[in-house]
Design a protein around this ligand. Sequence first.
Ligand code: GAR
Length: 204
Amino acid sequence: MKKIAILISGRGSNMAVILDAIKRGEVPAEVALVLSNRADAAGLQTASDAGIPVAVVPSKGKSREDFEASVQEELIHAGAEFVCLAGFMRVLSQGFVEAWSGRMLNIHPSLLPLFRGLHVHEQALEARVAVSGCTVHYVTPELDGGPIVGQAVVPVEPGDTPDTLAERVQKAEHILYPAALARCLGGAGNVLPQPGILIAFREV
Ligand code: GAR
C-alpha cells in the first residue's frame, strides 16, 4: 500500500473521488496527507471530514524556494511516497519536480499536448475543436508535458461555454484520475464503459 499525498488549491473534487476509490479498494494507496497552498480551499474540509491529515502551506507572499521547501518538509514528515496534483494551481520548480520524478501525477483539463496552461476550455472553444477531455500525466519540468498515463475524451456540444465544457470534462476527470492512479500504483485501474466518454490508457 503506497502512502500518497494529494495537493489541491480549491474544490478538491478530484481528490474526493480518489478518496472514495481508495475506500472502495480500487486504488492500492493510503492518503497520508492532503495539502493545499490556500487556506480557503474547500477540499480541505472534505479531507478532514474523511479523517485525512491536512496541511496548509500558503504560497502567497512567499518565495517559490521557501514555499516548496515547506511543502517538501510536509510531504516527508507525512511519509508520502507518491504525489497527486489535483487542481494544484502552482507551477513547481525543476528541482521539486525532479525530486518526485516518476512519483508525481497531474490531471489537466485538456487533451494534451493541446491547450496547456490556463483558460483551457476557452482555448478549446476558440480552436473550434469537436472533442476535448482530460489527461493524467507524470509531472516533468516541462509544464503539462510529462508522459501521458491516460486520457478521457468528451464531445464539445453546440452552444458550449467554458463552464458547460468544464463540467463535462470534470465528469470524465472523476473517472479517469482514480483509474490512472491505480494503474501507476500497480492496481488494475479498470473503468466501466461510460456513455459519451472515451477513456484510454498508455503503458508508461
Ligand atoms: C480540474 O478540472 C483540474 O483538471 C484542473 O483544476 C480543476 C480542479 O478541480 N487543473 C488544472 O487546470 C491544472 N493545470 P477540483 O479542485 O474540483 O479537483
